[in-house]
Ligand binder design. Structure first.
Ligand SMILES: *Cc1c(COP(=O)(O)O)cnc(C)c1O
Length: 428
């Protein structure tokens, strides 16, 4: 395919926007080539500036779980926009979406809305620190919780007690308070807790990892974390920015039957507008300003436009819970088709899937943590990505991303996708 117009738009963008994008992964750096500029989208399809139709497996990185320009969401936003888009004053719709979210998700009494998943996770950690009066946090290598300082941490070689920042601009002081553990390795977490006795405020985790490709928690892992947290007076934060309102009405907590202390949201909860949220039991949430001492605020937080989109989205999911089953079935169908095609052409791979989260790792062994995810063949992924794209299938331009399945996909779309995988696999 020729992307003349996209390439021209990208050249113009690069002059005034760093790297031509407002979020780095959009820039195709991991796969080579210029990013595609999108003009509009409807349902499962993107229409780019060069006049191509693409089947979309990113869906704005998750929010468009019911498809692009989903009518009830569009209508709600248009209606609200006519009445003013932000007041910095309380509005009824904030309570309506809060009531609905609290009724759908286990273990939460109160929820606070922010503007992104990053903000939600950053605020959740501050709340956990304020609530427990402890400073350190445990996060897992390969889990993404947004781009705030505490989370941009990688372990130095063999260092478990001190993380080292993996972005300039993150101070050593901040890095020291973030302890890094291996995903799916309970013993490692236990060791870290032992060597930081009474210093750890919270463990934050993606209950199903989605930012190193899809990696499910092994049996007993989350339950083990829950028990460790209970024993050591540590709060367990489930970052459900990706899994929330995707894996089930109540997210990963419901699907996997494990209780978190604080839950964070983003993506689906905003229906495609900038929304994040964090939620917990009343006793924890009451530590937030203005009730408690932990400060958190936002000029545009809970604005009516964002709340209207989110409320319309959650209402749809709440009234049609079979959506989650339908999504999981479509994803399983895709899984089987891709598996068959890759096997047919002897392409080394491992497919991980939970509900409507799926990823194809071009790795030999089971992918259970960051190291095994990183063992995947990136050259094969690049070829696969461009092969798919040339044939009208848009997957994330990075081997470390989950495919985001939308319920707008038809079985015909899935068959078309599988046929392209078959064709591309022959070239790998
Ligand atoms: C996307 C994501 C975030 C960050 O959300 P933004 O809205 O991009 O700030 C945090 N955690 C997880 C698990 C995510 O997938």
């Amino acid at each position: 395919m020729i992307y003349q117009r996209s390439s021209a738009l990208f050249a113009a963008a690069q002059k005034v926007i760093p790297g031509g994008v407002n979020s780095p992964v959009r820039a195709f750096k991991a796969v080579g080539g210029d990013p595609i500029f999108v003009k509009e989208a409807k349902g499962a399809y993107l229409y780019d500036e060069d006049g191509n139709r693409l089947i979309d497996y990113i869906n704005s990185w998750g929010p468009m779980i019911l498809g692009h320009a989903y009518q009830p969401v569009v209508d709600a936003v248009v209606e609200k926009a006519k009445k003013g888009t932000s007041f910095g004053m309380p509005t009824e719709i904030e309570t309506q979406i809060a009531e609905l979210a609290v009724s759908m998700v286990p273990n939460i009494d109160k929820i606070r809305f922010v503007n992104s998943g990053t903000e939600a996770c950053m605020s959740a950690v501050r709340l956990a620190r304020g609530y427990t009066n402890k400073d350190k946090i445990i996060k897992f290598a390969g889990c993404y919780h947004g781009h705030s300082d505490s989370f941009l941490i990688q372990a130095g070689s063999g260092a478990v007690t001190f993380g080292s920042p993996n972005s300039p601009g993150v101070t050593k002081g901040t890095a020291q308070d973030t302890l890094l553990a291996r995903y799916n390795d309970l013993d490692h977490v236990e060791q870290i807790i032992e060597s930081n006795k009474d210093e750890i405020a919270c463990i934050i985790i993606e209950p199903v990892a989605g930012n190193m490709g899809c990696i499910p928690p092994v049996k007993g892992f989350l339950q083990g974390l829950r028990a460790l947290c209970d024993t050591h007076n540590i709060l367990l934060i489930f970052d459900e920015v990706m899994t929330g309102f995707r894996l089930a009405k109540g997210g990963a907590q419901e699907l996997l039957g494990v209780d978190a202390d604080i839950v964070t949201f983003g993506k689906v909860i905003g229906g495609g507008l900038p929304v994040g949220a964090f939620a917990a039991r009343e006793e924890i949430m009451n530590h937030l300003a203005p009730l408690g001492p932990v400060y958190q605020a936002g000029t545009l937080s809970g604005n009516p436009l964002a709340m209207a989109a989110g409320l319309a989205m959650l209402t749809e999911l709440n009234t049609n819970p079979e959506t989650f089953k339908s999504l999981a079935e479509k994803t399983e169908y895709l899984h089987k088709g891709i598996e068959k095609a890759l096997k047919h052409h002897y392409v080394t791979h491992t497919i991980n899937r939970v509900g409507s989260m799926i990823s194809v790792h071009f790795a030999k062994d089971h992918v259970v943590d960051f190291d095994s995810a990183a063992s995947g063949n990136n050259e094969t992924f690049k070829k696969f990505f461009h092969g798919m794209l040339d044939n009208g299938i848009y997957i994330a331009p990075s081997a470390f991303e989950t495919w985001f399945i939308t319920n707008a996909l038809t079985y015909k779309d899935l068959d078309d996708t599988i046929a392209v995988v078959e064709k591309v696999a022959a070239t790998l």
